[in-house]
Design a binder for this molecule. Structure first.
Ligand SMILES: C[S@@+](CC[C@H](N)C(=O)[O-])C[C@H]1O[C@@H](n2cnc3c(N)ncnc32)[C@H](O)[C@@H]1O
Ligand code: SF4
Length: 250
């Protein structure tokens, strides 16, 4: 699935969707949350997933705000799977419980990224190993999905516009208002309502990407990992094997 998207230049590889902007934390480096927003209603989230599926999106990542505050998160994940995309989730992990992990298993989640920035909480981030190590144990014991840890290191990239070369049309960020942006930090570019975003936009972005950097190719290692872990039938078998070799449970 993923490999097919890499070969076809005008299909989004990843789309991030925001089902709720509200968050239970307040990391000082983050500008993607508030303390008051209501969840996006489920029918609207399902409609956005249908639109992304129609564009041929390979991976749909549920982010936020804190996505686990959405009361119908399981149904959102189930619908992503029903529409044939890989379902991934980015969370601060605070709301994970044994029962919640089982519900994510049953919904068919493929992959979870838990964000952990430091060992002990400080004024910048409370996403800390000291708080979240119990959640990691819980995931190791009960999760049927793959898990990775995200950390914000805080170093600025040298060429921020590289994001356009790599991402344009391949990575979509769908904000809580249902608008398409290049990423969370490029709101308003292009800022088109998802229902008006078509294959023509994807083709135009692909052409722009090539014009900006005709030599761009995904790294070989990414292609290999893509084939091994994200392409259809290989994925579950090889992911389980890799986790077994690394001593983790899948
Ligand atoms: C916006 S958060 C939403 C999901 C969830 N609340 C969490 O923290 O995992 C998604 C990811 O973006 C990261 N993030 C937030 N602000 C960032 C920034 N300014 N630069 C880089 N990453 C950032 C978070 O650490 C997290 O891994
Ligand atoms: S937990 Fe996630 S959404 Fe909430 S403030 Fe931190 S990075 Fe932002």
């Amino acid at each position: 699935m993923f490999a097919r998207a890499m070969h076809s230049p005008d299909h989004p590889i990843v789309a991030q969707v925001v089902p709720i902007r509200r968050c239970n934390l307040a990391c000082t480096y983050c500008n993607e949350f508030d303390a008051i927003s209501q969840p996006v209603p489920l029918p609207e989230m399902l409609r956005r997933i249908d639109l992304l599926a129609a564009l041929g999106t390979t991976i749909i990542t549920v982010s936020g705000g804190e996505p686990m505050l959405h009361p119908e998160l399981d149904e959102i994940i189930r619908h992503i799977r029903r529409r044939g995309a890989l379902a991934t989730l980015i969370t601060n992990g605070y709301l994970l419980t044994p029962e919640r992990v089982q519900r994510l298993n049953r919904a068919g989640l493929d992959y979870l990224q838990i964000s952990i920035d430091n060992v002990v909480p400080d004024e910048t981030s409370k996403k800390s190993l000291e708080v979240l190590d119990r959640k990691l144990e819980l995931l190791a014991a009960d999760a049927d999905f793959a898990v990775t840890v995200n950390s914000v290191l805080g170093s600025p990239v040298r060429n921020p516009t590289d994001a356009l070369t790599i991402a344009g049309g391949r990575f979509l960020y769908i904000c809580e208002d249902g608008l398409v942006h290049y990423c969370s930090q490029q709101r308003g570019r292009p800022g088109i309502p998802l229902e008006q975003y078509t294959h023509d936009h994807l083709k135009r972005e692909a052409a722009r990407r090539t014009a900006h950097n005709p030599a761009y190719q995904p790294p070989l290692m990414l292609k290999v990992l893509t084939w091994a872990f994200l392409d259809g039938r290989n994925r579950r078998v090889l992911s389980k094997l890799a986790l077994h070799v690394l001593g983790a449970r899948s």
